[in-house]
Every structure is written in structure tokens, then in C-alpha cells.
Ligand binder design. Structure first.
Ligand code: AMP
Length: 118
């Protein structure tokens, strides 16, 4: 069995969070340290450490994450102005929590996608 993660404890509600959505495949909650007016994390309920660990059988879950992102963006009122979805992977992606998660960020101009090296 895969070990618990910070996010699996949020998913099973043993840790508190500002949860905005949950279904059989995914959970969404507000980031504790928001980088934009809307900053929501969309997480698979199954513990998948990184994008590199996604299995072919997770395809429905990956699709659900995008559909939920679309719906939450509409609910947050940022669908028209636009937003960014980010999934960080491992060291170079600066992934901090080893439970796959998609950031939904919006509510302001987010600037360039990636800081360029000078
Ligand atoms: P990443 O760098 O992609 O792994 O992002 C991890 C994100 O998790 C960061 O934006 C953190 O602010 C966020 N985070 C860490 N702990 C919590 C928590 N208990 N509840 C909500 N968000 C959290």
C-alpha cells in the first residue's frame, strides 16, 4: 500500500482544509499559501506521487482533474479572464508535496509562464 501523504490526509479529512470539491476520483482545496487570488489544488484521491507515476488506468482521473479545473474556474469567475494550470514534477519542476496535484491559478495577470535564465 502507498504511504499516506499530506494531501491524502486532507482527502480523508483527517487534516483540515478549505475543500471546494470532492468526488469519487478527485479532491480540490484552496492552497494554504496562495500565489494568486484564486489558487486551488486539484488532487487525485489515489496516491500518485508524480506525473511520472501515472498509470494508463489513471486516464479517467486525469481527465476528471481537467474537467473539475474547468468547472471551478467558472465558479471562481476566472474562466473569461483566463487562468493557468500547473503540475510540477520532481526536482526540476520544484514539486514539494509527493502527491500529484494540479494548481489552478487566476484572478490576476500571472506573467510569463517560466522565468527565463538571464
Ligand atoms: P508543489 O510545489 O507543486 O508541490 O506545490 C505544493 C503546494 O501545496 C504549495 O503551493 C503549498 O502552498 C501547498 N500546500 C502545502 N501544504 C498545504 C496544506 N496543508 N493545505 C493546502 N495547501 C498546502
Amino acid at each position: 500500500m502507498t504511504e499516506e501523504t499530506l494531501f491524502s490526509k486532507i482527502i480523508d479529512k483527517s487534516l483540515p482544509s478549505d475543500m471546494v470539491y470532492q468526488d469519487d476520483l478527485v479532491t480540490a482545496f484552496r492552497d494554504i499559501n496562495p500565489a494568486a487570488p484564486t489558487h486551488i489544488l486539484i488532487v487525485p484521491n489515489r496516491i500518485i506521487p508524480t506525473v511520472d507515476d501515472v498509470q494508463d488506468s489513471d486516464e479517467a482521473t486525469m481527465g476528471r482533474m481537467l474537467r473539475v479545473a474547468r468547472d471551478l474556474a467558472r465558479e471562481e469567475g476566472i474562466a473569461e479572464s483566463g487562468y493557468r494550470l500547473i503540475i510540477n514534477c520532481r526536482e526540476h519542476g520544484r514539486q514539494e508535496v509527493p502527491h500529484l496535484h494540479m494548481h489552478l491559478l487566476g484572478g490576476r495577470d500571472l506573467g510569463f509562464m517560466v522565468a527565463r535564465e538571464k
